[in-house]
Design a protein around this ligand. Structure first.
Ligand code: ADP
Ligand code: ZN
Ligand code: ZN
Length: 721
């Protein structure tokens, strides 16, 4: 029997196996990490990644690959190992993990090279003069003019085909457009605390160590990042990756990096595909020395990464909620460990996970205790809404404070994490609350256009005039959202500028930068917004922050809700008084004696976190144990439930010594039990260690093509009830 070499290919499909293909004798062997086109399923062709070559096989029934797309790997050996680890940890198909690492152009099979505006230089100087005249001419032209762009070459009469041919033959290549990153700008002198942090991190350059940089908003963490990066990249052509929760929302932040380092690389999901590919290649080839990116940039390739920074490490947007549900923060820990480089996790309100890791000695704590310059932390006051008169959700005390602020020509910021006019419409006669027909969700009343909207499925309904149950016309909007606050403020302060920032008001980046531009101007203004306003902005004229409804978060059944609410309250409060004038924060609540709220306001975030960690420890919840949620969803109520029952039984039927600490709850109805007429259930799995959790979940990974059922595994979930 003959033995022939075959290769193993991972394709981007929801399947937990890889496939073997034979290679035609006339074909070259593809490189590991390179793309290949393979026949897949019924005569369909799929692009896959070659993950292993030269396996000797006796099988004669294998199909052969149709095409080799790359001569150099798109996935480096380093990234290949990383992908294997991610696939194991998140219980996610390897092919899908590998494709998550590629920009969409490469996923679609486009060539691995920069788009047209590229510059060229000679790669192979030993040129034989036997080639076509046009090729010879191009060779000598580039010898004289290294770095000429494609456009210039075309203008000079060279055809794109000639350029391609010489590139393919390895005679010319993309010029590394390395700009001089180290700017001429003089670095500001770091404060004593900043200097300690910078020196400490830099003493670990070249080895792995995670730092937790805890510093209140405005304390100068970004300055620590900038100066640390400067030192990290000036050594051995290093690169630095800075993860931020959002780039579009914080143009000011990006500008600061550009001012310091010139043309930073940027990577985020709303880049046009062509630009994304270019940015990705510039990372891979080491051209971009400093890269600012959102969560997916932790999956980008680097030639010589020497430092990773995760800003606002507690931010929930680091966790991907669809598909491969990774946490970019956690992957940064893994990646920096593998690469042997330092990692900085920065936050004013660190996650409980990171605080716990620091306590266990895994991370080094660096703290900056005072704000930079004259700015002081704002005073926080709690307003008891049971005692307050109110108009449209605004208490008299808050209104009075806003008035005072405007009279002094300062700015106020009102935070409310609900968009729309009112979160609920209720019938005063029979108590009916308007519900989405397709979801287990209340309908939100919106103003302009006036309509009801479901925030789960985005379906809209015309605004009702009467109750659908009792026909009464006594309908009242219950509670306030951003639009209601905006209208109320406009009515009360008709001469003052009012700016609302939420998902409805700032659909495009352009309008948001205009909005933010207005804020920087030094004139009285009332800003109203959701979560979007809380993140990273620097509003020097804001001296008053009003938190409209602090209760919503504290009352949620999700065990992570108190942590998240506290983080948001502190972050929003941190927007006040960042300039010369001290700030003030007013928190409206119906539960002024809520112990979590009291602790936070009176003793600060660290003490709150301490207390909350004790609660988690007592209830044996993360970070003291590891958690996974398996979710199922189907239009068939019973089928969705039955699937999880089967899942649970499979896990429980495995060997008892494997599941010493395993605890399973459910199947239970999911918090939103129905969305778009699909029923949703979940199984909650807890174990003492990540290893134990993973081992038990890997025991049974059912086919993903369940009839009529969609199911997912979420390791270390964000939302956990
Ligand atoms: P954070 O990132 O912690 O919110 P920033 O780094 O944005 O804080 O610092 C707050 C303000 O103080 C910024 O305007 C920044 O330019 C300024 N700043 C911070 N450190 C210094 C320093 N060493 N010298 C001069 N200005 C500084
Ligand atoms: Zn009614
Ligand atoms: Zn709906």
């Amino acid at each position: 029997m003959t033995v022939t070499p075959v290769i193993k290919v991972a394709v981007p499909r929801p399947i937990y196996s890889t496939y073997e293909y034979s290679i035609h004798p006339a074909q070259e062997t593809p490189c590991i990490g390179g793309r290949v086109a393979v026949p897949f399923g019924k005569s369909r062709e799929e692009i896959g990644i070659c993950i292993q070559t030269r396996i000797m096989s006796k099988r004669t029934d294998l199909k052969s690959i149709s095409k080799i797309l790359d001569t150099e790997p798109v996935i480096s050996p380093n990234m290949m190992n990383f992908a294997h680890w991610i696939s194991q940890y998140y219980i996610y198909p390897l092919g899908e993990v590998l494709f998550s690492m590629l920009p969409s152009f490469l996923r679609k099979g486009k060539p691995l090279r920069l788009s047209d505006s590229n510059r060229w230089e000679l790669k192979d100087l030993s040129f034989e003069n036997k080639r076509a005249q046009s090729q010879t001419n191009l060779f000598f032209y580039l010898k004289e003019n290294p770095g000429a762009s494609t456009e210039t070459l075309v203008q000079e009469g060279f055809s794109r085909a000639t350029i391609k041919t010489l590139e393919r033959k390895g005679i010319i290549c993309q010029a590394a457009t390395k700009t001089d990153y180290l700017s001429q700008i003089v670095q500001p002198k770091p404060t004593q605390e900043q200097k300690l942090a910078i020196d400490n991190i830099c003493s670990y350059l070249g080895t792995h160590q995670t730092f937790l940089l805890e510093g209140i908003t405005g304390s100068g963490k970004t300055e620590v990042y900038l100066q640390t990066i400067e030192r990290a990249i000036s050594k051995n052509n290093g690169q630095a990756l800075v993860l931020v929760p959002e780039i579009n929302l914080t143009p000011q932040n990006l500008q600061r990096f550009r001012d310091r380092f010139g043309d930073c690389g940027i990577l985020h999901s709303s880049l046009p595909p062509k630009q994304k590919l270019d940015e990705w290649i510039k990372c891979k080839h080491g051209v971009s020395r400093v890269v600012l990116g959102t969560r997916s940039s932790i999956l980008a390739p680097f030639a010589n990464l020497s430092l990773i920074i995760v800003d606002e490490e507690h931010d929930t947007s680091y966790k991907q909620s669809e598909g491969l549900k990774y946490s970019a923060r956690d992957l940064a820990v893994k990646r920096s460990k593998d690469l042997g480089i330092p990692l900085v996790l920065g936050s004013a309100t660190p996650s409980l996970e990171s605080i716990q890791n620091q306590k266990l000695g895994r991370y080094i704590l660096l703290s900056i205790k005072s704000r930079f310059g004259p700015a002081n932390l704002p005073k926080i006051e709690v307003l008891d809404m049971r005692e307050e008169n109110q108009i449209d959700g605004l208490s008299h005390s808050l209104i009075k404070a806003i008035r005072g602020c405007i009279e002094k020509r300062q700015q106020a910021l009102l935070y409310i994490n609900r968009r729309g006019f009112s979160p609920s419409v209720i019938c005063k006669n029979c108590g009916y609350q308007f519900q989405c027909a397709d979801c287990d969700a209340k309908l939100i009343l919106h103003h302009s256009p006036k309509q009801l909207a479901c925030h789960s499925c985005e379906r809209t309904y015309s605004a009702p005039t009467e109750c659908i149950r009792c026909n009464s016309n006594k309908l009242i909007p219950l509670g306030a959202g951003t639009q209601r606050i905006e209208l109320a403020i406009e009515r009360m302060f008709s001469d003052t500028g009012v700016l609302r920032i939420d998902r409805d008001s700032s659909k495009s980046l352009k309008s948001l930068s205009t909005l933010l531009g207005a804020i920087e101007e030094d004139k009285p203004l009332v800003l109203i917004g959701t979560q979007m306003l809380a993140k990273g902005h620097h509003f020097p004229s804001v001296t008053l922050v009003g938190i409209i409804n602090a209760d919503a978060g504290m009352l949620s059944p999700d065990f992570k809700a108190p942590e998240r609410t506290a983080q948001t309250l502190v972050q929003v409060s941190g927007r006040a008084g960042r300039g010369k004038t001290p700030g003030k924060v007013l928190i409206q609540t119906y539960q002024p004696n809520n112990p979590n709220l009291r602790l936070l306001v009176e003793k600060g975030y660290s003490n709150f976190a301490e207390q909350e960690l004790a609660t988690r420890s007592q209830s044996k919840l993360p970070p003291f144990r590891r958690l996974a949620i398996i979710r199922s969803e189907s239009s068939d109520h019973k089928a969705a439930h039955r699937f999880l029952e089967r899942y649970r039984d499979k896990i429980l039927s495995t060997s008892p010594e494997e599941k010493k600490s395993l605890e399973i709850f459910g199947p239970l109805k999911a918090p939103l039990g129905k969305i778009e007429n699909r029923y949703r259930f979940q199984l909650i799995v807890l174990a003492d260690s990540a290893q134990e959790l993973r081992d038990s979940l890997w025991q049974w990974v059912p086919s993903t093509s369940q009839r009529n059922i969609k199911w997912t595994i979420d390791i270390d979930p964000n939302d956990a009830v």
